[in-house]
Write a protein that binds this ligand. Structure first.
Ligand SMILES: Nc1ncnc2c1ncn2[C@@H]1O[C@H](COP(=O)(O)OP(=O)(O)O)[C@@H](O)[C@H]1O
Ligand SMILES: [Mg+2]
Length: 237
């Protein structure tokens, strides 16, 4: 048994070459504990999406390592890593059920998974409504349902509450909090403090591509003061 579902060691990503090159992720070492919600917090442009895209195989690291369940990350691990990064890949003319069926067919998964994940994300009653007509929150939940189809061990969510209204945020928060009890570890990113404060067990703060802080989040901890402090220090480094 390994303690971390996911670990990165000095993970780095540079975009471009020569004088115009930019380091978006700079020697980031994350430790994502099994059965927890990990919140990767940081201002816009800090490198959160780039980090998550490397873990989900959308971008290739230029340095460092990624370990999944204790072994060096390999593409086949993506069968056990569900993700929602950027917009949910939905067919607007299909219903929630049909969208999910496309993916189960593609992955050779049992048909029952469709009903199960719809239940999990609270979209079982959407019937003949097409995904294109869903609210942002519903689209987001359908995106999560797609990510859950293959029963992942790790679920990666990039800014999951972006564009949601307060009710949508509250619902999604409850859903995310319920994943660990179903054996799913969550790694999510956000630039919103309150988001992480209310959802995460562990917080990592990334500033200017560097991980400036990582620790368990204690009840009643003043994350705002911590965040400001870390950002100020990060900015002057
Ligand atoms: N494909 C890309 N090519 C060049 N630069 C990029 C690319 N993707 C992101 N960046 C840059 O990397 C930095 C980190 O971006 P990103 O990971 O999207 O930050 P965050 O998700 O924290 O807002 C930014 O300066 C951004 O402009
Ligand atoms: Mg981002």
């Amino acid at each position: 048994m390994t303690r971390y579902v996911l670990e990165t060691r000095e993970l780095s990503k540079r975009f471009g070459r020569g004088g115009g090159a930019q380091t978006a992720v700079d020697h980031v070492s994350l430790h994502v504990d099994e059965g927890k919600v990990y919140g990767l917090l940081g201002p816009n442009g800090a490198g959160k999406s780039t980090t998550l895209k490397m873990i989900t195989g959308m971008l290739r690291p230029t340095g460092g390592q990624m370990l999944f369940e204790g072994h060096p990350w390999e593409r086949d691990d993506l069968y056990r890593i569900g993700s929602l990064v950027e917009q949910a890949p939905l067919y607007p003319n299909l219903t929630a059920k049909e969208n999910l069926r496309v993916r189960t067919t593609l992955l050779g998964l049992p048909e029952e998974r469709v009903g199960e994940v719809l239940q999990t994300v609270g979209l079982a009653d959407t019937g003949g409504k097409r995904a294109g007509r869903f609210s942002t929150g519903m689209k987001q939940r359908l995106g999560i349902a797609l990510a859950l189809l293959a029963s992942p061990r790790l679920l990666i969510l990039d800014e999951p509450t972006n564009g949601l209204d307060p009710i949508g945020i509250e619902e999604l928060r409850g859903l995310i909090r319920s994943f660990p009890e179903h054996g799913i570890t969550v790694l999510l990113s956000s630039h919103i403090l309150g988001e992480v404060q209310h959802t995460a067990d562990t917080v990592g703060i990334i500033v200017g591509g560097r991980l400036a802080y990582e620790d368990a989040l204690n009840e009643g901890e003043d994350l705002e003061a911590l965040f400001m402090d870390v950002c100020r220090k990060g900015a002057t480094r």
